[in-house]
Design a binder for this molecule. Structure first.
Ligand code: CP3
Length: 350
């Protein structure tokens, strides 16, 4: 890993590797997005994919929260659908809904289009954006991808879902097809993340947002082997890895067995509860994003409680339990970031 290339702030990289840090690093899932007036202004002119496919604009949008909030990382502005779109799957991001797929997967024939990325042809804009950012940023750049279950849920349901019934029905009733789909999506995810790392991403986060819909037996049988494969391949790059899901506290024991560096928690558990289960990975989390609408005193109180549990052991990163949503105020996040840095900063003489 090219640590020396981080010009200034490598606090997040250190926290991922459980090394001592001068303060708790913080970044926010969905830190670039519609809660920012500047982003909304850019979105007036361009669609989501127009932004993410244009390296100059994409780099600007990725960097904005770093400048505006003072967070300790940038996360590439893209979507978990980006690699699928780039191999020719017809996906659109519909405002207020999310990703919508024109031809949901139903049969073996539908799997044929899911193939490895050829980075130079399929995602030159991602590589170019990362190169621009590495030149401009003084914090680490996080790359990311969706995990196979979460991608499959969109591909099979055709869009967002509440119960994931079609996806689970597919998994239970067509086990061979399911294995085939998971294997293809795993290879796609690996090739996408490797391309980002090759271009200069210094940490990668894998979003398995909806996998908490499975119980641990099903996770173990249908998902864990593929996640093991993905993180084992990524380990070879030397870049730290983070794994996130929402509503997946019941899967933490499974996750602890994966060759991943950091587990990203939602708000349904506490750092202490997780540590008590002998989860020994670095942890990231876990303020409920809804709290960002609360009076600042309450935000501070709940944040302090998280920091008091996380800050004194190596390997803790502050984040939200899920992404920021559009009605949050930029100023709230700025104050929160300053508070976290100031409250956890160690005395310089120590
Ligand atoms: O964190 C960041 O700032 C990086 C950018 C990022 C986006 N999507 C940009 C985005 C990341 C990391 C994602 C991941 C993503 N996308 C996930 C995993 C994380 C999670 O939230 O669970 C999922 C499930 C998606 C799918 C998706 N894309 C949804 C549910 C939505 C929201 C739809 C809406 O209208 O609110 C999107 C669209 C999307 N992705 C937006 C952004 C900034 C809003 C796009 C817009 O401006 O219209």
């Amino acid at each position: 890993m090219d640590l020396l290339k981080v010009k200034k702030n490598d606090v997040l990289l250190k926290a991922c590797l459980k090394e001592p840090v001068p303060y708790v690093p913080v970044w926010y899932m969905r830190q670039a997005g519609r809660y920012q007036p500047e982003y909304r202004a850019i979105r007036q002119k361009y669609s989501f994919f127009e932004i993410s496919h244009n390296p100059e604009i994409c780099a600007e949008v990725t960097k904005l929260p770093v400048t505006q909030l003072g967070v300790d990382a940038a996360i590439l502005f893209a979507d978990i659908m980006t690699p699928l779109k780039s191999i020719g799957i017809n996906v659109d991001i519909v405002e207020g809904i999310g990703p919508v797929i024109e031809n949901p997967i139903r049969s073996e024939k539908d799997l044929e289009g899911i193939r490895l990325l050829n980075p130079g042809n399929d995602i030159p804009f991602v590589q170019e954006t990362i190169k621009i950012l590495r030149d401009k940023l003084d914090v680490p750049l996080i790359g990311f991808a969706g995990a196979p279950f979460t991608l499959a849920s969109y591909l099979i349901e055709g869009g967002p879902s509440k119960g994931y019934h079609i996806t689970k029905g597919f998994m239970y009733s067509k086990p061979h097809l399911w294995q085939n789909l998971m294997a293809r999506l795993s290879d796609l995810t690996i090739s996408y993340l490797e391309a980002q790392i090759e271009a200069g991403a210094q940490i990668v986060q894998v979003f398995d947002s909806w996998v908490g819909a499975l119980n641990s037996e099903d996770y173990h049988q249908y998902i864990a082997p593929f996640m093991h494969y993905i993180f084992s391949e990524l380990k070879k790059t030397g870049v730290p890895t983070i794994y996130f899901a929402s509503g997946a506290t019941h899967l933490l024991k499974e996750w602890n067995e994966l060759p991943v560096d950091v587990i990203s928690l939602d708000w349904r558990t506490t750092i202490e509860e997780v540590r008590n289960q002998h989860i020994d990975k670095a942890l990231q989390g876990n303020l409920d994003p809804s709290l960002l609408l609360a009076p600042f005193d309450l935000i501070k109180k709940r944040t302090k409680a998280i920091l008091d549990q996380g800050k004194d052991k190596p390997g803790f990163i502050f984040n939200l339990g899920h992404g920021i949503f559009p009605s949050v105020k930029v100023d709230t996040l700025k104050k929160l970031t300053d508070y976290i840095h100031q409250y956890t900063r160690k005395d310089p003489v120590n």
